[in-house]
Design a protein around this ligand. Structure first.
Ligand SMILES: [Zn+2]
Length: 429
């Protein structure tokens, strides 16, 4: 483990050993600035001699890997778990507004000429991911002097992911070539309902995985169904509806790959703006994989990928001892009113019995963050990495470990205990 050091002026210096940091602290020659990552600021003048660290960033759709290497040693290693709740929250807000306006607004003429999107615009969910990635690099720059920043950008060939044989002109001809989507589907399902095989009735296009649950409009997710079956199925998947064999035709979703592809330009551009274009380098998944396995001999994880990204080709480094798991959280709850038709303000106080949302706590031997509070008084504790509910306890059983800093919950684990959640799109394994 390394202790990060800031100079008297607040600029980052080279990290030091815990032993030396302890000596400085007891002699009151330094003070603690932050606990996670443990950072001290010196109270005396030093020569600002630094050897800049190299930073590696493994972009991803759900998890970002981050590593910093200085003096052939991994000094900081982190996995940042991005927010995935944004698009759901925005759709919820949209429905609230919609009902509110139809309920009690005067007539307002349609406004349509103000919907221009600036160039470089990203959807809110993607923007949050791109910004969190950039924030991760700034996080390193706060505690370490950094030189080179290497970013791995996934370049996914979504055509090849569906059909490994694709080549040449076939790239321009999807399987809908020469068809209209609806006509294609009618042909494919022989103008019969895919569920009850009725024909001769009005047929509808139906989603196997419903759009309300993240299903796409890809042809592989669509079937033809009669109005009756469509209605009965509702928001269930075909498998839940009792047609597992139909669910099988749904292909692996390309959503995560599409997310990574669309944020990569924005991430590289913003990093170049903030740190200078000459310090940003771009690398690709296959190179990372080679370095990680052949040179470093590390198992697959986002943080290890980041180490491989930060290394030069053929360079081997001393592994770090701790890994930071960082979870991006909402900054708070901005809901003003209670809900449907309510004229009452939200009653939940910011602080309840001294506890706020998203504080890192320990209870009954388990570590998690406060994810919710029940009316009856129980607190919901959720797992840091996955966000799953661990337990519900009374507040007096809680022990505070840490508070979120700037929308991040930071926890440190020994490197051997990698708890990274799998999923999302990233470099090849
Ligand atoms: Zn039917």
């Amino acid at each position: 483990m390394k202790v990060f050091v800031l100079s008297q002026e607040g600029t980052p210096l080279m990290p030091t050993t815990p032993r030396r940091a302890r000596r400085w602290l007891t002699a009151k020659r330094a003070r603690v600035v932050s606990r996670e990552p443990f950072t001290i600021q010196l109270r005396f003048q030093t020569t600002p001699y630094t050897q800049p660290a190299t930073v590696g960033v493994d972009t991803g759709s759900q998890t970002v890997g981050l590593a910093a290497i200085a003096n052939k040693e991994v000094v900081l290693q982190a996995e940042i778990h991005l927010r995935t709740d944004i698009s759901g929250k925005l759709s919820r807000r949209r429905t609230y507004r919609r009902t509110r306006r139809s309920r009690k607004s005067r007539y307002r003429a349609a406004r349509w000429a103000n919907r221009c999107r600036p160039s470089g615009w990203l959807a809110p969910s993607l923007r949050s991911k791109a910004e969190a990635t950039i924030k991760a690099v700034r996080f390193v720059a706060q505690v370490l002097p950094i030189g080179q920043i290497t970013v791995e950008i996934g370049s996914f060939d979504t055509q090849k992911m569906q059909n490994p044989e694709v080549a040449g002109v076939a790239y321009q001809q999807g399987h809908l070539q020469g068809y209209l989507l609806r006509e294609y589907l009618l042909q494919k399902w022989q103008r019969r309902c895919a569920y009850c095989h009725t024909s001769g009735v009005p047929l509808q296009v139906e989603h196997l995985l419903p759009t309300s649950r993240g299903g796409s409009d890809r042809a592989s997710n669509l079937v033809i169904a009669c109005a009756c079956c469509n209605q009965r199925k509702g928001s269930r998947t075909a498998e839940e509806f009792g047609y597992a064999h139909l669910q099988l035709q749904v292909k692996h979703p390309l959503k995560d790959a599409a997310h990574v592809s669309s944020i990569k330009t924005s991430v590289v551009q913003h990093l170049a703006q903030q740190f200078g274009a000459e310090r940003i380098a771009v690398t690709y998944g296959y190179e990372t994989k080679y370095k990680r396995i052949q040179v470093l001999g590390l198992p697959k994880s986002h943080a290890n990928d980041a180490v491989a990204i930060a290394c030069q080709r053929g360079e081997s480094v001393k592994a770090g001892s701790s890994l930071y798991q960082i979870r991006c959280m909402a900054r708070g709850n901005y809901q003003l009113y209670n809900g449907k038709r309510s004229e009452h303000k939200v009653w939940a106080p910011k602080k309840l019995q001294g506890w706020k949302l998203y504080e890192l706590v320990e209870a009954k031997g388990q570590m998690g963050y406060i994810g919710g509070r029940r009316v009856k008084g129980a607190f919901v504790v959720k797992e840091v990495v996955t966000g799953k509910t661990l337990l519900e306890v009374t507040p007096r059983k809680l022990r505070r470990l840490n508070r979120p800093v700037q929308g991040w919950i930071i926890t440190r684990f020994p490197v051997s205990q990698s708890t990274g959640k799998e999923g999302g799109a990233s470099s090849p394994s």
